[in-house]
Design a protein around this ligand. Structure first.
Ligand SMILES: Cc1ncc(COP(=O)(O)O)c(C=O)c1O
Length: 397
């Protein structure tokens, strides 16, 4: 049989999806599975976005411009300007989700064997994009004790080598829920300027910040224009994960020109989804106020319920809709599988994402899980009750 590539063998399986077969088996047995494992919000997509597609009288579903429709990019620039991010349509390439923006970034700024430093735990697919691009992730550990704050700059400096091309952050963080402060962004800005690196920020959760905290974008930082690249997406912002629209934003002209060549190779982003995403930009602030209120309530319930369980430690999220939870188990992979295979309370069990897959350093996160609080409050309460019962049984088995 012809052999597949080394790269293919190295491609990591998603830690979020790898337990899916066990969940499917549980469902076949008639067990109700409460999904805490995946960031698919249950919030309704704004009607304005869906109506724009429903009411469109398109006759030829043509390719759009490679960089995305001019009108849409103008409107995205206007959206950024409301966020105090000063960019033009020419600084934006519309992509097929934030995912494609991430792979364009890696292709644009890195060669095989180059290194990208990423605070861990991080969005697990960064590993996949890095492997696909043949580049190396150099993790820098952040810890649950400090709520996953930015590691000390001196620790970054120790990791910078001639192969280092960029630092990648996710702000607010998936899976940590940590929101970097203006001060932390400034420290990173000074670091990348000092060592002539790119600073890539995945800001797909920009709107989701709690208790009045303000998101500070890397593109708000003056003097960082040549270094900063933003990855963005409509997926979570408007609960439009299936639209598959995101964008790459940079004031660095060479970055945009080069990313355009990658974009040309895939021709264009989806046309209908751009129509929906453009309309979504009209979504009133009241939508976000309500969504954020809902997430804060969910987070508060989740945290207070989890804190009732002995031996559980939780990093309290300040943004996004995930949190990392430390459990009194030695192997959360085994625990998560056992939950699906062997455990239920009144016909229900829970599916969680073992956190080890969000770390690049072997051995880290083995007693942690990630929870996505994208379910209604009653479901969350029930899920945490099941987790509590499960831990008692699991630890005495
Ligand atoms: C941090 C982060 N970045 C990027 C993505 C990719 O999103 P999409 O490709 O749907 O825009 C996700 C999806 O969950 C994410 O959590």
């Amino acid at each position: 049989m012809p052999g597949i590539s080394k790269k293919g063998l190295q491609m990591p399986a998603s830690p979020i999806r790898k337990l899916v077969p066990y969940a499917e088996e549980a469902k076949k047995r008639g067990t109700h599975v409460i999904h805490l494992n995946i960031g698919q919000p249950d919030i309704k997509t704004p009607k304005i976005a869906l109506d724009a597609v429903r009411n469109h009288t398109i006759e030829v579903l043509a390719y759009s411009m490679t960089e995305g429709s001019e009108q849409y990019r103008e409107k995205i620039a206007a959206y950024y300007s409301k966020k105090h991010i000063n960019v033009t349509a020419q600084d934006i390439i519309v992509t097929t989700g934030g995912s494609e923006a991430l792979s364009f970034v890696m292709g644009t700024i890195m060669d095989g064997d180059d290194e990208i430093i990423i605070p861990e735990p991080f969005y697990a697919n960064y590993n996949g994009f890095a492997t696909a691009s043949g580049v190396n992730v150099v993790p820098i550990a952040s810890s649950i004790e400090s709520n996953f704050a930015l590691p000390p700059i001196a620790d970054f400096e120790k990791l910078i080598s001639p192969k280092t091309k960029a630092i990648l952050i996710c702000n607010p963080g998936n899976p940590t829920g940590y929101l970097y402060s203006k001060e932390e962004i400034k420290q990173l800005a000074n670091l990348v300027k000092k060592h002539n690196l790119f600073l890539v920020a995945d800001e797909v959760y920009r709107e989701f910040t709690y208790e009045g905290r303000e998101h500070y974008s890397i593109l708000q930082e003056s003097g960082l224009e040549e270094h900063a690249i933003i990855v963005d997406s409509v997926s979570k912002r408007y609960s439009m994960c299936g639209a598959r629209i995101g964008c790459l934003v940079s004031k660095n002209k060479e970055v945009i020109q080069t990313a355009m060549k990658f974009a040309q190779a895939r021709l264009s982003p989806p046309t209908f989804a751009q129509i929906a995403s453009e309309a979504a930009l009209e979504t009133p602030q009241s939508y976000f106020d309500e969504v954020i209120k809902e997430y804060v309530e969910r987070r508060n319930i989740l945290v207070s319920e989890l804190q009732k369980i002995e031996g559980v430690r939780i990093a309290i999220p300040q943004g996004a809709f995930y949190c990392v939870v430390e459990l009194p188990v030695s192997n959360s992979d085994d625990f998560a599988q056992w939950l699906l295979e062997k455990f239920e309370v009144d016909g229900s069990t829970v599916m969680v994402a073992p956190a080890a897959g969000f770390y690049a350093t072997e051995g880290l996160g083995e007693n942690q899980i990630r929870i996505a609080y994208v379910l209604e409050k009653e479901q969350l309460i029930k899920a945490v009750q099941i987790l509590g019962e499960a831990l008692k049984t699991y630890n005495t088995k």
